[in-house]
Design a protein around this ligand. Structure first.
Ligand SMILES: O=C[C@H](O)[C@H](O)[C@H](O)COP(=O)(O)O
Length: 322
């Protein structure tokens, strides 16, 4: 069952999109490992951890009367969609009620459709509609719930959808859980306009990422990976990022000597001409945004980590713990 679901996402991708994830992970093999050791990852254990986390996240944050729900991209969200489908089968929506699912790209739309759920494009949402929740995965999560996303070249639409949702609920496995970002995951994915990629690379080098690289297909003749917006992705390694707590405690995070915090680096990268979006999901979460009179937030309100021992660990924003 687990294998067939994992293969669903792969089989649903055209050749132009699949390598975005696959080649990035091949280029950074340590992202597949549970630790930095040379031990081969236990793929069945990882898939089972993702699935358990997904079912718990959906159980706690989804119900059949929801109208609009966001669906992220990647291999983990496939289990989130499976869990939603199972929930709807057991608990059908009220009569004449439709549950609409907002995809975050081509791959996500395919997963929604193949599960028999109803997709609605982001730009077809009624003007004032907020999504009740969006479920998505992450490449790395720190203890403050900031995330790196975009390992599979989807980040712009994921951020749009998270920022229009009352809450972003993240589903991950134990490999993604780190105290600080850029501990195990090697780089920040950045979506850039093709014409600007060389100048963005140059500026990234100046702010502390000398090894920033354009993400390309492993077959050189097929060129750069393209996103759903037909943009390019740059992967920019930086020193491990400080958290807002480190900054409060007096650590400098202004880029001097290449030391940044999640917030300062995200803001600095967004200033570069040609950058569409940066794969750091940080700042306000949905609960904080609404308390401040805004709509959604890009930082999750909760992250569900499937663990190696079969348990699920939930890290919630303090606002949800109250
Ligand atoms: O670009 C892809 C998205 O940001 C994914 O949510 C992220 O890469 C996690 O993907 P996966 O669930 O395959 O680890």
């Amino acid at each position: 069952m687990i294998r067939s679901l994992a293969s669903l996402i792969r089989s649903s991708l055209p050749h132009t999109r699949l390598p975005a994830t696959v080649y990035h992970r091949l280029a950074h093999p340590r992202t597949l490992n549970t630790t930095m050791s040379s031990k081969a990852p236990d793929l069945d254990k990882i898939e089972s951890a993702k699935r358990k986390a997904a079912f718990k996240a959906v159980e706690e944050h989804f119900n059949s009367s929801m109208r609009f729900v966001g669906i992220g991209s990647g291999s983990t969200i496939v289990y989130g969609v499976e869990a939603i489908k199972a929930h709807l089968e057991k608990n059908p929506p009220p009569p004449n009620h439709m549950n609409w699912f907002v995809p975050t790209g081509w791959n996500s739309r395919k997963v929604i459709e193949q599960a028999g759920l109803l997709p609605i494009a982001f730009d077809s949402l009624p003007g004032d509609a907020l999504l009740e929740v969006c479920f998505d995965g992450a490449d790395e999560v720190d203890e403050d719930l900031n995330c790196i996303k975009g390992g599979g070249a989807c980040l712009f639409q994921e951020k749009l959808v998270a920022c229009r949702s009352k809450k972003f609920v993240c589903i991950a496995d134990y490999r993604k859980d780190q105290k600080r970002l850029l501990t195990n995951w090697p780089s920040i994915p950045i979506e850039v306009a093709p014409i600007a990629h060389a100048s963005v690379l140059r500026e990234l080098r100046l702010i502390g990422s000398p090894d920033a690289k354009l993400r390309e297909h492993s077959l050189a003749k097929t060129g750069p990976i393209q996103t759903d917006q037909s943009f390019y992705i740059i992967d920019a390694p930086f020193k491990t990022l400080l958290s807002p707590l480190d900054e409060k405690n007096g650590s400098r995070a202004d880029g001097k000597d290449g030391v940044w915090s999640v917030d300062t680096l995200a803001a600095r990268i967004k200033q570069i001409n040609g950058v569409l979006e940066v794969g750091l999901f940080h700042g306000l979460n949905g609960a904080q945004a609404q308390a401040a009179g805004m709509q959604g937030g890009q930082r999750p309100v909760a992250v569900y980590f499937g663990l190696e021992d079969g348990e699920v660990m939930v890290r919630r924003a303090p606002e949800l713990e109250k």
